[in-house]
Design a protein around this ligand. Structure first.
Ligand code: R5P
Length: 293
């Protein structure tokens, strides 16, 4: 029999309605609860920023330096990342499912590094992304390249699927060999991704006018690390990106190709979440590296 005897009388109905306050991710105030919840798995509420560890490079490059072994080289770093970006194959085979990191799944593919990289297609079904508890799907957008139009259509199709299921989409700015990497190009490319519905856009840092790129994009910009640099240079780039309006980094090679990836990840976290200056973060890197030697 249901335990209905002696229930306490409901009586506390007073007080103003609780409000959640402004949502902490740029441009996402009008999104549905599920999509906001997923974006919150990527962007920390206290800082509004993210440290996303990217190791999806194998989808066209194979086992490059630093990614030879995902299970031993990358999985131990994951607890210190806010979000991780990889293929579903890497996730299922090599990342423990008890991770707290926001899952950002590479959703495009096709050509290897031996072919025209812009010749991409959507390579993931939204149903599998939901099964994998993805917070976001990442897709390459090739503005100015041979297959520009198809890549924009791919993005739009993924946004349609993402909106239906409450999964965010990360538009990845892919710069063709002949493109000039300047603020003008990145304003164009990032704005197109956002206007096509991307909820987050990844781009590269440029020394002149980067603040115009972040200002003119109505969704958060996160910055790719690019080729491996000396640690202090990479931390300086991350610092400038954040101070000029980026909402985080999506960094791969400058972490996993460092001699001390865990120390580098900690230093990047200090730059992104604590506004550490590059020299302070580099000091932290050296201390952590020395402690682990
Ligand atoms: C390209 O391979 C991917 O989108 C990478 O995830 C992205 O470029 C970030 O990695 P990295 O910091 O190595 O450039």
């Amino acid at each position: 029999m249901a335990d209905t005897d002696g229930l306490l009388e409901a009586r506390d109905f007073t007080g103003p309605a609780a409000t959640a306050g402004a949502f902490h991710v740029k441009g996402a105030q009008a999104q549905d609860w599920g999509l906001q919840n997923r974006l919150s798995r990527i962007f920390r509420r206290d800082t509004g920023r993210t440290v996303m560890l990217a190791f999806d490079h194998g989808y066209f490059l194979g086992p490059m330096a630093g990614l030879e072994r995902l299970d031993t080289g990358i999985a131990p770093l994951v607890p210190d990342a806010d979000a991780i970006m990889m293929t579903r194959g890497a996730l299922r085979t090599s990342i423990p499912p008890h991770t707290d990191a926001g899952i950002v799944l590479r959703a495009s593919g096709g050509p290897s590094v031996l072919r025209d990289l812009s010749d991409e297609h959507i390579a993931l079904d939204i149903e599998d992304a939901v099964r994998l508890n993805a917070a976001a799907l990442a897709i390459q957008v090739f503005i100015g390249s041979e297959n520009e139009s198809r890549s924009v259509r791919n993005l739009a199709a993924l946004v349609d699927a993402g909106q239906r299921h409450g999964v965010a989409v990360l538009g990845v700015t892919a710069v063709g060999k002949d493109m000039v990497r300047d603020a003008r190009y990145f304003r164009l490319a990032t704005r197109i991704s956002a206007e096509m519905g991307a909820h987050v856009v990844k781009t590269y840092y440029v020394e002149e006018g980067f603040e115009t790129v972040t200002a003119s994009c109505p969704v958060p910009i996160i910055v790719a690390g690019g080729k491996k640099l000396p640690e202090l240079d990479a931390l300086t780039m991350a610092h400038r990106s954040i101070q000029e309006g980026a909402a985080g980094v999506d960094m791969g090679r400058n972490i996993f190709q460092s001699e001390h990836p865990a120390a580098m990840l900690a230093a990047v976290r200090a730059v992104v979440h604590d506004d550490a200056k590059p020299e302070e973060a580099y000091e932290l890197f050296r201390d952590r590296a020395a402690a682990s030697a």
